[in-house]
Design a protein around this ligand. Structure first.
Ligand SMILES: [Ca+2]
Ligand SMILES: [Ca+2]
Ligand SMILES: [Ca+2]
Length: 188
């Protein structure tokens, strides 16, 4: 994580982290979240298969040492990236999240499923279909046309193409998903 100039961390975010910590320790006194607890933690139930797979992939990405648990440090690392990370850091993290089979590339199928999952979780209906969106992304940023997005293509594509980047950040931003889940839990 390192030093990125303290002024970017505003009080609201510090408070937020503190709340997440309290929540984490209340719901998970052992300090280690399993996948099952992870879903409970977020109050997620009755998810579509795509959304379920997305949450599982998110869990794996959070579990940085791959021991099958998310400890609080891993949780905070992911959270602070989501809440405060610079765009490029986020893009790299998204890339890892979307590369479900971990082969270092995102193919159409992986991107398609992720977008489906995010829409399922967000429950938003957008004008453009999932397939159309996926194809548009590939047409624009698969520079060498091999049908897969490398990390380089993904990051550069999002940086160069303002429209794509905006769509990415808006529709794929976990902050939004977390806020939604958070609010939902409060209202139950
Ligand atoms: Ca772990
Ligand atoms: Ca892949
Ligand atoms: Ca490519």
């Amino acid at each position: 994580m390192g030093n990125t100039g303290g002024s970017t961390v505003d009080d609201l975010q510090a408070v937020e982290i503190h709340l997440w910590y309290k929540k984490f320790m209340t719901e998970c006194p052992s300090g280690q979240l399993t996948l099952h607890e992870f879903k409970q933690f977020f109050g997620l139930r009755g998810l579509s298969p795509e959304a379920n797979a997305y949450i599982e992939q998110m869990f794996k990405t959070f579990d940085m040492n791959k021991d099958g648990y998310i400890d609080f440090m891993e949780y905070v690392a992911a959270l602070s990236l989501v809440l405060r990370g610079k765009m490029e850091q986020k893009l790299r993290w998204y890339f890892k999240l979307y590369d479900v089979d971990g082969n270092g590339c995102i193919d159409r199928y992986e991107l398609l499923n992720i977008i489906k999952a995010i829409r399922a979780i967000n429950g938003c209906d957008q004008e453009i279909s999932v397939e159309e969106f996926t194809n548009r992304v590939f047409d624009k940023i698969d520079v060498n046309g091999d049908g897969e997005l490398s990390l380089e293509e993904f990051v550069q594509g999002a940086k160069k193409d303002h429209e794509f980047c905006e769509v990415m950040m808006k529709s794929l931003d976990l902050t939004h998903i977390m806020a939604m889940i958070h609010n939902r839990r409060h209202s139950v």
